[in-house]
Design a protein around this ligand. Sequence first.
Ligand code: ZN
Length: 153
Amino acid sequence: MNRIASFCVDHTKLEKGLYVSRIDGDVITYDLRMCIPNAGSFLENGALHTIEHLFATYVRNSRWTDGIVYVGPMGCRTGFYFLTRDSIPKEEVISLLRETFRFIAGFEGEIPGAAEAECGNFRDHDLAGAKAVAADYAAVLDGWTPERMAYRA
Ligand code: ZN
């Protein structure tokens, strides 16, 4: 089988950030890199799971809801995939994600969708962990620009 494009990105050189990984028709896949790969610290599963719930809820309730395709965690627990229509300009994706991660960093109360009937592993949530990760990543996005979204070969 062919090695898929995302495995061809040199993971030994990746910094935290926001990158475009694929364009399929009008769908853009963004990689949200929140941890430096293989550097010892990864997103703990509870925090990753709570971010997933809050991230998806926030963007699907935002002004850009019609352009949101998918939000999901990377299996390596170093970040998230975010798929949008290309109708959302890249500058707006950066703004939306900055807002989203500030929202998560400040979130208090019940995690949306985290009741037993709504979630496949409702006990595995960590709001405090999610907030810490989100605060760190929101700071990464401060000053981020579309020019910085290209993976360096
Ligand atoms: Zn869940």
